[in-house]
Design a protein around this ligand. Sequence first.
Ligand code: ZN
Length: 131
Amino acid sequence: MAKRKSSSLGKYWGYLLFVVVIVGWLTQSVGPAGLIALSALTTVFFLFRAPVWCGALTRERQPCRKNANGLLMGCSYQQHKWQKLKFAVVPPRWRELNRGLWVSTEKSVATAAALCGVISAIVATIDLIAK
Ligand SMILES: [Zn+2]
């Protein structure tokens, strides 16, 4: 039981971190340097660790529904890993990559959280420089 709890926490700590970032902004208790670190960590979590659907396009032109770790990572199919990596670096494919990012509620939340993490890190950096 205890083991199971820690493994699910290991998968979802980024969501917790995301809440900490929001609270940090609302209360202004962390400071810009801390917010940059927390936001960057949150973004990394959602891009490379968060449990989401793979979302790569299958031969039937449907988003793949296998589990993957992180928005930019594919499922166990090597081809899907490459497909998503390719989509991420080739601007004309961004539309297709973007489509794969919103295929499920869980994934939309992860995508939004990753975007918030990026924005939060940028704003905190500006804040730090401006001071
Ligand atoms: Zn896949």
